[in-house]
Design a protein. Structure first.
Length: 140
């Protein structure tokens, strides 16, 4: 029933070993070489990404320092402009105060002149008022 032929068994083993050798040389070795090359490329890319991250971080730090310096410069410039504007406003204010003080002194002098003129007019008409008052009192 079951006959095992030694020649067929040996020839099958030889074909199997030849097939393994051919597959190893034509398929497995190039496949393993390709996979190793891919792993090396991935490692190289990862190391380059790490160096790129360092460059990006350095550039970000430089940008942040430039921004902070610009903010400080802008704040100093703003303070300077505000101080200059305050000085100019104070100068205008003091000039206007001096002008108003001079106008007030002029007004007081004119008012005093008018007051003295009014007193002189009233004292000149005082006897006439006194006679009018006496005339009215005598009628009563």
């Amino acid at each position: 029933m079951l006959d095992i032929s030694p020649l067929l068994l040996i020839s099958t083993a030889v074909v199997f070993l030849v097939l393994i050798a051919v597959l190893n040389s034509m398929l497995y070795k190039p496949l393993f070489a390709f996979m190793e090359k891919r792993d090396r490329d991935i490692q190289n890319d990862l190391s380059q990404v790490g160096s790129n991250d360092a460059e990006v971080n350095a550039l970000n730090a430089t940008a942040q320092s430039i921004i902070s310096e610009a903010r400080l410069s802008a704040a100093a410039e703003r303070e300077k402009v505000i101080a200059d504007a305050k000085k100019a406003a104070e100068a205008k204010l003091s000039a206007k105060r001096a002008e108003l003080a001079k106008a007030y002194e002029t007004f007081e002098a004119e008012l005093e002149k008018e007051c003295s003129a009014l007193e002189a007019a009233l004292s000149a008409q005082a006897p006439a008022f006194a006679e009018a008052v006496n005339a009215k009192l005598s009628r009563i």
